[in-house]
Design a protein around this ligand. Structure first.
Ligand SMILES: Cc1cc2nc3c(=O)[nH]c(=O)nc-3n(C[C@H](O)[C@H](O)[C@H](O)COP(=O)(O)O)c2cc1C
Ligand SMILES: [Mn+2]
Length: 476
């Protein structure tokens, strides 16, 4: 059964000891940053900070912090990432349209005009030392409507609080929300575009917001697909956007195309502090929220421990699922991994090589993908017996099967990512792409009339020992 709201999912996590409560008072200026960092490194539980110094609203982090949390969000009981990927790919083939309802808990409190104050509803959390201010939108889910097709979109675009009713909004043109804004500016010049922000939703809507999809249908329908039941939406108070009825907090507002103000810096998913830049501005018109609302946020960073970092998980896993689906259409592709600790820059593909040059064709297919081709820099292709999710096996293949002057392909002046620290600021958005063919060069052996050496692992021997392991009396 899908979860009806964030609270129901939190209760399940708590029952399974995957969510901890901090009852001690914490300082939003540094302590939430410190505790969530440690929990991420330790692969620890999600955490609810019940008492934030100087504020009434509690903060929850790490809801999707490990493979186990992710599986539970999808109502699965596994830690096997391949199984989760397969299930995701299967479910999103069957989008389920949302159901529009008249009322919902997110309307328990409706605040408009002067009463709508960001500082009252959000504890001023500084997620990283050096951030330019408190960010509310690290897990704010921004809803916009395509002015041409009418299809809604939900993405996660961060917001830094500037005043009681104004935030920055990092919604670039390569994202769907940014594309809506560009279209809006063309169709309704000079007019502001409505935008709503849902915070603290049931987990499948959050997963859909972070992932990449082709539209239509909307993320609403893909969230339905992931849940197996329609998502319930309610109309906003001040515009025609529709948002999840059981959300903890909804912000309603508007953004003027072309209005830009300084924002940042902000600690990034790459592990580096991003620079301050001019971004869009969100003007608040209304806040609606549940009684005793919970603020859900994320300490965005690069995973460097046992945990996953939910920001990396939410969008990099979404990237992997997209690529998995696209590449599985190609004959020979076995598995795909976008390692979450590589900031989306690496993709590893395992292949049953069917023809000469096949690995190179796969690399080009990744870079040519219009959704994530500009982000992925490095594509590593390995044989089908290599586990793409095991970095040791991938590194083994690169060490044993690669000749630097034969198997490495470099393409210059391709599209790149604005947060790629390998480039000085003025050169970002241009990138070299590198493909590494770490498959056995079977055709080269064939050309000289030989066969590649067999691997020492005899699968038959492995299976026989497994089957009678008891016999040896060794406790593992
Ligand atoms: C915690 C978190 C913060 C994010 N912040 C931003 C952001 O500020 N700007 C941005 O363009 N993408 C950001 N992303 C990535 C997008 O949400 C992601 O690419 C998503 O697919 C965008 O939705 P869209 O494909 O509908 O445009 C963030 C993701 C997460 C999980
Ligand atoms: Mn989208």
């Amino acid at each position: 059964m899908p979860y009806k709201d964030l609270r129901e999912f939190m209760a399940l996590l708590e029952k399974k000891r995957l969510l901890a409560r901090v009852k001690a008072e914490v300082d939003p200026a540094w302590e939430i940053n410190g505790v969530t960092r440690k929990l991420q490194v330790e692969g620890g539980p999600a955490v609810l900070f019940e008492k934030v110094k100087g504020h009434k609203v509690p903060v929850v982090c790490g809801i999707i912090g490990t493979p186990r949390h992710l599986a539970l969000a999808l109502d699965m009981d596994t830690e096997d990432e391949r199984q989760i990927t397969d299930e995701w790919a299967k479910r999103i083939d069957h989008p389920i349209p949302p159901r529009l309802v008249k009322a919902g808990p997110c309307k328990e409190n409706v605040l408009t005009g002067d009463k709508a104050d960001l500082n009252v509803i959000f504890p001023p959390v500084i997620w990283h030392k050096g951030d330019g201010g408190p960010y509310i939108g690290t897990l704010g889910l921004q809803v916009t409507r395509d002015p041409e097709t009418g299809c809604q979109n939900t993405g996660i675009y961060r917001m830094m609080v500037r005043t009681k009713n104004e935030t920055s909004l990092l919604m670039p043109a390569f994202q769907h929300g940014g594309q809506h804004l560009q279209k809006w500016a063309r169709i309704y010049p000079g007019k502001p575009m409505p935008i709503a922000v849902a915070i603290g939703t049931e987990p499948c809507y959050l997963l859909a917001a972070g992932a990449k999809f082709h539209h239509p249908p909307a993320e609403d329908d893909y969230a339905g697909a992931l849940r197996g039941e329609p998502l319930e939406l309610v109309k906003c108070e001040t515009c025609d956007l529709e948002v999840p009825a059981t959300s903890e907090i909804i912000l309603e507002g508007e953004v003027y195309p072309g209005e830009l103000k300084p924002c940042g810096p902000f600690g990034e998913y790459t592990g580096f502090l991003g620079g301050a830049q001019d971004f869009n501005v969100f003007h608040l018109k209304a806040i609606t929220h549940r009684n005793n609302p919970i603020f859900q946020g994320a300490r965005v960073s690069a995973p460097k421990g046992k945990g996953w970092d939910e920001s990396a998980l939410l969008w990099i896993k979404g990237e992997e699922y997209h690529l998995y689906k696209e590449l599985k259409k190609v004959n020979g592709v076995v598995d795909v991994c976008v390692p979450i600790w590589c900031s989306g820059f690496h993709a590893v593909v395992s292949l049953r090589t069917l023809k000469q040059g096949h690995p190179f064709q796969i690399m080009q297919k990744v870079w040519a993908d219009d959704t994530i081709g500009s982000i992925v820099k490095h594509v590593i292709v390995v044989d089908e017996d290599v586990d793409v999710r095991n970095p040791q096996e991938v590194e083994w293949a690169m060490a044993n099967l690669v000749q630097g002057d034969r198997d490495i392909y470099i393409a210059s002046r391709c599209p790149g990512e604005g947060l790629d620290s390998s480039m000085p600021y003025s050169k970002r958005y241009w990138s070299a792409k590198v493909g590494i063919d770490a498959t056995m060069p079977v055709y080269d052996y064939q050309a000289e009339g030989t066969e590649p050496p067999p691997q020492c692992n005899d699968p038959d021997m492995v299976a026989r020992v497994e089957a009678q392991w008891q016999k040896y009396g060794i406790k593992l």
